[in-house]
Design a protein around this ligand. Structure first.
Ligand code: ADE
Length: 245
């Protein structure tokens, strides 16, 4: 069966493409990815032509007319396994068009996603993300195609789509030009291994709960120092593991 690349699965804007980070996502539930990747900052990234996302329905590469892409596992046991053939054929067809920096399988037994991994992946040009379902994908695809396996945390989701959306969001917002000054990624939690300091907005007094005086002082140097101290204190109490190195 040949691929039927439907337009509605191309989440990139017409201006997207050259120079953009290109991400191909393989999924049995493509609709699940449409909304999270087509709003807010992910939309802006694509509209600006900085990020191109294309979702590929795996069923377009099914082994039969019933749309089969999974089968029982050898050795017995509950749960279906995603078959080699549809995945291999789809990835082969993608590879005919471009060279990939990484072929990533979203799986709970992968390396846990952190800011450093997102930073590194944001420097790449072409990525494939494979979303697993059921018991996961046949090990031979992991052995012969997949170059990186990523988990978004120690819990099991019903499929890799939401994990892939999290990964794309974490990467996409780091691409130069996607965020403006107000939303700059440089002051995010984790960017310097520190959690972000507390933030406040108007009014300065809400129900008698006051904004710290220092933030109203106009003394930028002192404000920077205060923010750093707060970030350090928050990290020490909440995530001392981040300070280890
Ligand atoms: N698929 C199912 N659970 C997952 C997780 N925690 N991370 C990545 N992919 C997954």
């Amino acid at each position: 069966m040949t691929a039927n690349n439907k337009d509605h699965n191309d989440l990139s804007s017409p201006t997207g493409g050259q120079g953009a980070l290109h991400i191909d996502i393989i999924s049995v539930l493509p609709d699940l990815l449409a909304s999270p990747l087509s709003h807010s900052i992910m939309k802006r990234a694509q509209d600006k032509g900085l990020l191109a996302i294309k979702v590929h329905p795996l069923r377009d590469w099914a082994v039969n007319e019933y749309g089969q892409v999974d089968d029982y596992q050898y050795g017995g046991g509950a749960g279906m396994v995603m078959m080699c053939e549809p995945l291999a054929k789809l990835i082969d067809s993608l590879r005919e068009e471009r060279t990939y920096d990484e072929i990533i399988y979203m799986t709970p037994d992968g390396e846990t996603l952190n800011q450093r991994t997102a930073n590194n992946l944001s420097l790449k040009q072409n990525l494939i993300l494979i979303c697993g379902h059921y018991k996961g994908i046949d090990q031979r695809i992991r052995d012969h195609y997949v170059t990186k396996e990523i988990s978004i945390g120690d819990y099991v989701l019903s499929g890799g789509e939401l994990a892939a959306a999290v990964l794309v969001d974490a990467i996409g917002r780091l691409l130069p030009g996607v965020l403006n000054d107000e939303t700059s990624a440089l002051t995010d939690s984790f960017q310097d291994d520190l959690l972000a300091p507390p933030v406040y907005t108007r009014p300065a007094d809400f129900r008698g709960w006051k904004v710290p005086d220092i933030l109203l002082s106009g003394d930028l140097k002192k404000i920077d120092e205060w923010r750093y101290e707060q970030a350090l204190e928050r990290t020490t109490t909440r995530r001392p593991d981040l300070l280890k190195d």
